[in-house]
Design a protein around this ligand. Structure first.
Ligand code: SAJ
Length: 425
């Protein structure tokens, strides 16, 4: 079996490597020469647990290679980005470009699968495009009788940090332009997926993916809203959530400094932009989560202003715990805003960074380690729940003024009535 994976990013590269491990001959295609060169040398350009070993193995065996150009294959997997542009409208330009490239080499019997998170209807647009580019082929949805190729949508659902495990173990939703397309795509996923593979229509599969991430966003927004209410009431929100979650049908997520990453903070907008009138809840959840970041900036700034002599440690820049991914990170946004405003009073602790990102240039903020922060800083703003932060014992931080946006230190002393604003001495 020959497989061509278009897009060698966070999803495409692990997917290509996992398929190559099954013995298929995989060509990974990317628009960046540097990515192509890195993969061909058996290395990886992204951080993901165990990915480097897997890629070097399959490249050395000749099962995976990379190129700038698409070649003939039996299965095409499109895993390119779908960013959003002006007014949160999704941009499927990269998907259409990838499909256009595949169209050149497409032949009867091939399967084309879109994995990129996409607005509902995108797979049908891909079919339409292929029909217009290849009038010599019978394209599903655009022909009578049995089509020459199969076209399906199968969203990725993997969690960064667990990608290689979840690619195999998670259930997959496979949506075909026709039921026959879904069955063809199913045969392909059965090669490497241990989870259940369920088939449906392309549109239902597209909406399912968006729904999963919107569900999580709405639930995080609920937790973030609760954190504001609890603060106003002078109640510990973490305590309330812990207690409420003892109810058998309640499962509240964790508040934080906002929602980051490239999925949960983006995908709900695909639903909102497609059906603005029908999505007040999903839109508001997005606004609540983005608003929480601004709230945290304001609250931390007030603490810092009230203690003009204190030095401040911002703990974490990553968009979530125990990863080195800083894209769309609310922690980074908060730390950068504080550094812009308070300059060299701000120290950054991020064990997953070798240097501070460029947004800190000229602010005077410095990257330090946890021990230096404990020695030199009086105010701690906890922005990421990295395990290394959680393990700092109370006796090393009892005298600190702490703004813990992630609730990692439930034993931290608090003044009655909520967060203390001023250092005792
Ligand atoms: N977060 C909270 N509170 C929580 C949970 C998360 O504030 O209780 C924050 C995180 O700190 C982070 C953001 O939300 O900033 C997103 O983190 P996440 O762990 O919820 O999700 P991602 O973006 O790493 O991955 C999600 C996953 N989707 C779901 O869980 C429904 C993953 O399965 C998807 O494959 C991925 O999006 C994707 O690519 O769409």
């Amino acid at each position: 079996l020959k497989v061509c994976v278009l897009g060698l990013g966070y999803i495409g590269l692990p997917t290509a490597a996992v398929i190559a491990r099954t013995g298929a001959k995989v060509l990974g295609v990317d628009v960046h020469q540097s990515v192509v060169d890195t993969v061909n040398s058996g290395k990886v350009h992204i951080e993901e647990i165990d990915l480097d070993g897997l890629v070097s193995g399959v490249v050395a065996r000749g099962s995976l290679r990379a190129s700038l150009n698409v070649e003939q294959a039996d299965v095409f997997v499109i895993a390119v980005p779908t960013p959003f542009g002006e007014n949160h409208a999704p941009d499927i330009g990269f998907v259409l470009k990838a499909a256009t490239n595949a169209a050149i080499v497409l032949k009867a019997g091939d399967v084309v699968i879109l994995e990129s998170t996409s607005p509902v209807g995108t797979t049908e647009k891909v079919a339409e495009l292929l029909a217009s580019l290849r009038p010599d082929l019978k394209i599903p949805g655009h022909c009578v009788g049995v089509a020459d190729v199969a076209i399906a949508y199968c969203p990725e659902r993997v969690l960064p940090g667990r990608i290689l495990v979840e690619l195999i173990d998670n259930d997959r939703v496979i949506g075909g332009i026709t039921p026959r397309c879904a069955r063809k795509a199913l045969q392909f996923y059965r090669r490497f997926v241990r989870g259940a593979c369920v088939t449906t229509t392309a549109k239902a599969a597209e909406m399912t993916k968006l729904t999963e991430n919107a569900f999580r966003d709405v639930n995080i927004a609920f937790a973030n809203e609760l954190s504001l209410v609890a603060e106003k009431m002078g109640v510990d929100v973490w305590e309330v959530i812990r207690l409420a979650n003892r109810h058998p049908r309640v499962n509240i997520l964790s508040p934080g400094p906002g929602v980051g990453g490239h999925c949960i903070a983006v995908d709900p907008w695909f639903l909102v932009s497609a059906a603005p009138e029908q999505t007040p809840l999903i839109r508001t959840a997005r606004e609540v989560n983005d608003g929480k970041t601004d709230y945290v900036i304001g609250h931390a700034a007030a603490m810092i202003e009230s203690n003009p002599a204190a030095r401040v440690a911002c703990l974490g820049l990553a968009f979530k715990a125990n990863i080195d991914d800083f894209r769309e990170s609310p922690a980074l946004k908060v730390a950068a805003a504080l550094a812009q405003r308070f300059g060299e009073r701000i120290q950054i602790v991020e064990p997953y960074a070798n240097a501070l990102p460029a947004t800190f240039d000229g602010t005077g903020a410095e990257l330090i380690d946890v021990d230096s922060a404990i020695e030199s800083c009086e105010i701690f703003v906890v922005l990421v729940d990295h395990d290394v932060f959680k393990s700092v014992p109370l006796d090393e931080r009892a005298d600190k003024l702490v703004y813990d946006t992630r609730g990692i230190w439930p034993d931290q002393p608090r003044l009655a009535g909520g967060e203390p604003l001023r250092l005792a001495s």
